[in-house]
Design a protein around this ligand. Structure first.
Ligand SMILES: Nc1ncnc2c1ncn2[C@@H]1O[C@H](COP(=O)(O)OP(=O)(O)OP(=O)(O)O)[C@@H](O)[C@H]1O
Ligand SMILES: [Mg+2]
Length: 359
């Protein structure tokens, strides 16, 4: 067995080479001295030559090892560069994945949002039609007032004309309804504005700005967006606590809320509830989304954050929601936890540092 100690670095190899050369030199000096002193110490001479040969061989081996080491270093450097390139590509792919998942979520929502906008636009349109009729009746009434003002007809005749007109247009009903229609329409416009605003907040694609955000605002506006999908089968219960502003990338955190809310709603088949709770413990804010849905079997729990893991039928789920949510929360130095009981429901809890950790 070769018991020569393994020399691993270039420096050590060079030092060893240097040391051996020195030994060779001193042995040759000794041999020369012995010969010139007249002695023919053949044993010493023989040993010297043998040693010299051994040292030469060893030097050659060391030189070869040195070369090999240099080559390995060069290969390692290239491999490292290759890895750096791959890592950059991976990062790009991750950003693209995040973006396309967000776009897919928006696509999924588009139909719901369109309906949500269409509905108020529909009744605003019909209200405007009625308001137009009301206005023309009122204008006719005013015209009668104006006409009777400058006519010489008797007061009784004037009154009779006005009473008749008012009866014809159902003045009492009209005056009650008119303001109601206007209020309803203003409300409808506000709803449309809010939806458009929420959608804009949500879809700010390139927005990766860290800022201090109110998590309740994010939860509320995301809830507005999914409302159309969930309102028929889900009661939403809000139990918001006191949460300071949290330093985060709000559009990404909203995406996490969206994925959790949609999952929760999809887990409820007939009718159930989603409870949103928030709070703050120490330097971490937390948000939990609980549903009374199907629950997740214990053997499935370790896989739900895996990309493309889905139990939903084709076209209904891609299996990316939770893996994207996990990535976002991780990049915020946070945690995402799950607690689930089959047949009872599931709670996802997100914990986020209130202050961003720059290191
Ligand atoms: N609240 C929940 N209740 C029950 N099961 C859940 C819940 N959330 C997630 N799951 C399970 O975890 C799986 C993965 O969820 P994930 O959000 O990653 O993908 P998906 O919902 O199937 O598809 P996508 O979100 O891409 O539309 C789901 O298919 C489902 O089986
Ligand atoms: Mg999902």
């Amino acid at each position: 067995m070769d018991d020569t100690p393994k020399i691993s670095t270039d420096e050590a190899l060079r030092a060893e080479n240097f040391r051996l050369n020195k030994i060779v030199k001193s042995l040759m000096n000794r041999a020369e001295r012995a010969m010139s002193a007249g002695g023919t110490d053949f044993g010493l001479f023989q040993a010297t030559v043998m040693l010299e040969n051994q040292v030469r061989d060893r030097t050659r081996e060391l030189e070869a090892a040195l070369n090999e080491n240099e080559k390995i270093n060069y290969d390692l450097e290239r491999e490292k560069e290759e890895q750096r390139k791959l890592y950059r590509k991976l990062e790009e792919a991750q950003t693209q994945l995040l973006q396309s998942e967000k776009l897919a979520a928006i696509g999924q929502l588009a139909a719901g949002v369109a309906h949500e906008i269409n509905n108020p636009i529909g009744f605003i349109n019909s209200n405007l039609g009625t308001l137009r009729d009301y206005s023309s009746s009122l204008l006719r009434l005013i015209a009668i007032y104006e006409k009777t003002e400058d006519s010489s007809d008797s007061a009784t005749e004037k009154k009779a004309l006005i009473v008749e007109m008012k009866r014809e247009m159902d003045f009492q009903y009209l005056s009650d309804d008119l303001l109601e229609l206007i209020d309803e329409s203003i409300d409808g416009c506000a709803r449309v504005r809010r939806i458009v605003q929420d959608l804009r907040d949500f879809s700010r694609v390139g927005d990766v700005q860290w800022q201090k955000a109110d998590l309740h605002d994010g939860l509320n506006s995301t809830l507005n967006l999914v409302w159309n999908e969930i309102k028929f089968k889900v009661d939403v219960i809000k139990e918001y606590g006191v949460v300071p502003l949290v330093e985060c990338i709000p559009s990404q955190i909203n995406q996490v809320f969206m994925n959790l809310l949609v999952n929760a709603a999809q887990a409820i088949s007939e009718h159930g509830s989603i409870t949103l709770k928030t709070g703050c413990e120490g330097d971490k804010a937390w948000i939990s989304v609980s549903d009374t849905g199907t629950g997740i079997p214990a053997d499935m729990l370790p896989r739900i954050f895996d990309p493309f893991f889905t139990t939903k039928p084709l076209g209904k789920g891609t299996g990316l929601g939770l893996s994207v949510a996990f990535g976002i929360i991780k990049s915020h130095d946070g945690l995402i936890e799950v607690d689930s009981r089959v047949g009872q429901g599931t709670t996802f809890t997100v914990r986020l540092p209130v202050q961003r950790n720059i290191n």
